[in-house]
Write a protein that binds this ligand. Structure first.
Ligand SMILES: [Zn+2]
Length: 256
């Protein structure tokens, strides 16, 4: 296609987050884009048109999106959408599908509109690509969660108390408060419900805060069984302070 792009149109790489049929023949699709943040648009005739939108408006798909934003509406107009890459393994492996669904749903819930920068797009694209070429390693989700918390402004301090700032002393544990998020030292934990987090888990999560998704496989994210359960509960408490849990995809993860 060599048609000239109208001035008000933007072309950006994007990942399809969710899509639904609208009316007789249209689709409403939410994307995480590199250049325009999270964006929802309408694809006119997408249900019928095999030529313009063939197989590109499905979740997890990586596309080149051409879109026209409208001043009076939050709903953009999707002019064209071309396939860049589609994960192959998610429809063949239910566990991978659940992991990928969780990545998209959590991102959707944490990110509001234009505030998502290109780093968030890069993170989601790279995490889905690593999952597609690797095993469904739970540590991959924990690494993703930690990166997403940082990019959305909720990065947890894993090495010091949220209240007094005191560091993790040699013989003193750190405590998680499920209702509040964040870690407290033994002096600050107070009367509220809290439980101790092992040093092994905190140290492993600290390394996952730095882990890159641009690796051959997910082995760099592997977790010991005890650490895996504790890490999931702790990360969940961080997100629970911001979004309503459980996510739909969490129920699927729990059933597997
Ligand atoms: Zn403290």
């Amino acid at each position: 296609m060599t048609s000239a792009i109208a001035p008000q149109e933007t072309t950006t790489p994007a990942i399809v987050v969710r899509a639904r049929i609208f009316g007789e023949s249209d689709k409403i699709v939410t994307f995480l884009t590199r250049d325009l943040g999270k964006l929802t648009g309408i694809a006119k005739g997408a249900k019928r048109s095999k030529r313009r939108f063939v197989n590109v408006l499905e979740p997890f798909t990586h596309v080149s999106l051409r879109v026209r934003q409208r001043q009076a509406s939050d709903l953009a107009f999707i002019s064209a959408c071309e396939l860049l890459d589609a994960p192959r393994s998610f429809t063949l492996d239910l566990r991978k599908f659940a992991f990928a669904s969780y990545i998209l749903e959590l991102t959707d819930r944490m990110v509001r509109g234009r505030e998502a920068g290109p780093e968030t797009y890069d993170l989601v694209r790279d995490a889905l690509a690593l999952l597609d070429r690797s095993e469904a390693e739970p540590g991959l989700l924990r690494g993703f969660e930690l990166h997403l918390l940082r990019l959305t402004g909720y990065e947890p301090a894993l090495d010091r108390c949220r209240r007094c700032g005191g560091g993790l002393a040699a013989n003193e544990g750190m405590y998680a408060q499920p209702a509040r998020g964040g870690l407290l030292c033994g002096r600050c934990r107070g009367e509220g419900r809290s439980y101790v987090i092992s040093r092994a888990t905190l140290e492993r999560l600290t390394t996952l805060q730095q882990a890159s998704f641009d690796t051959a496989d997910a082995s760099a994210f592997a977790l010991q069984p005890g650490v895996a359960a504790e890490a999931r509960a702790l990360l969940r408490s961080f997100f629970g302070a911001t979004v309503t849990l459980p996510l739909v995809s969490e129920r699927l993860l729990d059933e597997l």
